[in-house]
Design a protein. Structure first.
Length: 320
């Protein structure tokens, strides 16, 4: 679904706000704003703690959904924080594994070392992949800004041949993605296909448009027709209707994945029709960045967030 000119401006502004460290610090230190925005964020985030994340995951699992659970964070700037994040993911893998096998752990490589040293990130990723393999978990690498794409692809390729339980996210809006996918089909890991959330130059990316939707569908067909493990990650109703008509959800190697709190009605409908339905669920203190991105992806969510601030009991209506 293409955004209107006004919505696109709002989306770009929200993305800029998300990256503004001064605004973030102000909110985190505000005794009034912090709890108010956290209340709104709970529509999209399980909570600030691992126990809250796993608790919400158990609730979704009991209803027949798969989960993709992430400890929020990115662009970690020192080794100690990267190691702390890796250790949190390690504990998450074990705690979730005690509850449920064969689920997904998602992460940004810049959260565990990519912004400091690629060898550090590789070492941490392989430790996590090895631990996840014990429980049959998938470790799904998220895609980040295009300046990191080559590094992320390199670390993925070095890991997934030894640990086929490691998958990778690809952004359809980048022109390079078609060629990247053709190469990735030679590797065993699951591919999660998204449209792309980062602001990128028009020289390397396609804006939200009918052309991007067509490209997304073509890339989905390429992956699915190769019988390669695939996660279709979109909330676009038109795209999903098209994929349902093609009976894509009947294929055992294809799943639908949607962000927690975003179009639960649509994912519930897909599950009822027999699709493999997965909820992408996050927790952690870095929820501010995550909330801004959710609003940027669909600016009308701002109205919902305002309502949640005023009447948090309405959150209970967000039922899967």
């Amino acid at each position: 679904m293409a955004l209107s000119k006004e919505a696109l401006k709002a989306a770009n502004a929200l993305k800029s706000i998300a990256r503004n460290e001064q605004i973030k610090a102000y909110i985190q230190q505000s005794g009034d704003l912090y709890p108010l925005l956290l209340r709104a964020a709970k529509r999209f985030v399980a909570g600030e703690t691992r126990n809250e994340g796993i608790g919400k995951a158990k609730e979704l699992l009991s209803k027949g959904y798969g989960v993709s659970l992430e400890y929020i964070g990115e662009n970690t700037r020192n080794i100690e924080d990267c190691t702390e994040a890796k250790n949190e993911f390690m504990t998450l893998i074990n705690d979730l594994g005690k509850q449920q096998k064969e689920e997904t752990i998602s992460l940004d490589l810049s959260h565990i070392g990519l912004s400091i040293d690629t060898d550090l990130a590789l070492n941490h990723l392989q430790q996590l992949a090895n631990e996840a393999q014990k429980y049959g978990h998938t470790v799904m690498i998220s895609m980040e800004e295009s300046t990191k794409t080559d590094q992320i692809l390199d670390l993925y390729k070095k890991t997934t041949l030894a640990y086929p339980n490691v998958g990778l996210t690809i952004q359809a809006h980048l022109y390079r993605s078609e060629e990247d996918i053709r190469e990735l089909l030679n590797y065993p890991g699951k591919i999660r296909l998204v449209k792309g959330a980062y602001q990128e130059s028009s020289e390397i990316s396609i804006p939200r448009s009918k052309a991007l939707n067509e490209r997304y569908l073509n890339l989905i067909n390429t992956i699915a027709d190769a019988n390669h493990p695939l996660s279709v990650a979109t909330h676009d109703n038109g795209l999903i209707e098209d994929l349902v008509q093609r009976e894509l959800f009947n294929r055992t190697h294809v799943e639908y994945e949607m962000l927690y709190g975003v179009r639960p009605d649509l994912l519930r409908m897909l599950k009822q029709q027999g699709a493999h339905a997965r909820v992408y669920l996050t927790y952690g203190s870095e929820w501010y960045l995550y909330l801004c991105h959710r609003l940027a992806e669909y600016p009308p969510n701002i109205y919902t967030v305002i309502a949640d601030m005023v009447n948090p009991s309405e959150l209970e209506s967000n039922i899967y």
